[in-house]
Write a protein that binds this ligand. Sequence first.
Ligand SMILES: [Zn+2]
Length: 329
Amino acid sequence: MECLAATHCGDVAEICGAIKVQTRTGHLIHNMVRRLPSAPTYLYPFPTDMSAPPLDILALAAHRDDVEQTCGGTLLKMAQLGHRTGILDLTRGELGTRGSAEDRAREAGDAARILCTSWRQALDIPDGRVENTWENRLKVVRVLRQQRPRVVILPYWKGRHPDHYTASVLGYEACFLAGLAKLDVGVDLSVAAGDSPARAIPTVERAAHELSAGRPQDSRQDAGATGLLPHRPFKIIYATLYYDVRPAFVVDITEQFEARFQALMAYKSQFSDQEAGKGIFPARDEIRSRIESMARFYGMLGGITYAEPFIQKEVGLVEDLTLIPVKSI
Ligand SMILES: [Zn+2]
């Protein structure tokens, strides 16, 4: 099993470090200091950083630790390639059998650092009651307009847990609404960390930054003097690991598997062996076996060791037939 040398707790700097590349959108990732601020980014009042460039990839999920389980390796891999990644958790996990919302907030920060994400926030949607309401869609719209991701990763639209499949539809509809030029969503946003009201992103500054960064200028119209500029992600993909469905493609996470597992184990309140929820939660060793089995299965489909599965609704576009990966026979 080949994996990163730096995949143990405390070696995060090595995982994230030495990244100095020009990203697709022209952002220069200077060094690990940019990726690993001293405080967890998810705790910053919203907005986190007025001068921060837009995210390249935003993963949205119902619960803290969902992203770690379904697409954590992919997010880490994208960060290692120099992309700015972010995670939006719709809920704070206050109904969980184990641990409190505060425990999970701290653990989510630890996991985010292991995955080298640039941004993480939780909304104040009630745990166990993710509903596709207008109000909730607007909360996601505000995040999309502020973080302006090119790619959004959503949960698959079918599943056992209602929060998961509802988050999928809610996320998709928010992506659509976020691009409507005449939809003014205002600037207030309640977030789990501090319930700080959002400030408006200065229209001119943000637009100028995006122009200089060469980002797509979709739906780029003024949404009002105090509003956030419209933005529609270019691409939406669905993380399917929670559901038994054949993926459209898999991402090779062979080199990220160990770190991704450590990110999940950062949720000590959930996954350490303990009395609370003993009948519901598998033991830690069993979790490791299950996660490895799943990653190996999807890796096998792609002809590699470990992978995470995804679906896209669009067809694949091919330029050169000789470069299509995955052996047929
Ligand atoms: Zn979940």
